[in-house]
Design a binder for this molecule. Sequence first.
Ligand SMILES: NC(=O)c1ccc[n+]([C@@H]2O[C@H](COP(=O)([O-])OP(=O)(O)OC[C@H]3O[C@@H](n4cnc5c(N)ncnc54)[C@H](O)[C@@H]3O)[C@@H](O)[C@H]2O)c1
Length: 119
Amino acid sequence: MIKNKIIVTGGCGYIGSHTVVELIENNYEVVILDNLSNSTEETLERIFKITGIKPTFIHIDLKDSIATNAIFSKHKDTKAVINFASHKAVGESVLKPVMYYKNNLYSLVYFSFLRCSNN
Ligand SMILES: NC(=O)c1ccc[n+]([C@@H]2O[C@H](COP(=O)([O-])OP(=O)(O)OC[C@H]3O[C@@H](n4cnc5c(N)ncnc54)[C@H](O)[C@@H]3O)[C@@H](O)[C@H]2O)c1
């Protein structure tokens, strides 16, 4: 049976990895995009222990628009993208708003645009 492919950004992080487990257990093919800025590849082993499946992992910083473009072109058959790739510390976001703007908003707007233009 052909599985629907879902990209999970930030899929090695806390919420993302739990979402990946749920998706795999509901028969989706998952591709994780993560720059491991707040996670490690060990998460993939834990996902494998729970589900018996190691999802495709792509180490990428979504602020890198060229690399992001290449991945979205390669995975045109993706049915949906679930975005968890972000910084999320409230105090730090007040101290470094531009860093948060670039990481959380710029990359989201960019790959949302790619997703629409690739379809
Ligand atoms: N943790 C919670 O209780 C909670 C509750 C509600 C909403 N959220 C939201 O869910 C999202 C994820 O939260 P979390 O707790 O899983 O955080 P997390 O830090 O555990 O996971 C975020 C993941 O995104 C990755 N990442 C960050 N910037 C990236 C980039 N530019 N390119 C690629 N990967 C990048 C990190 O390496 C990490 O693996 C955040 O937007 C957060 O505000 C979290």
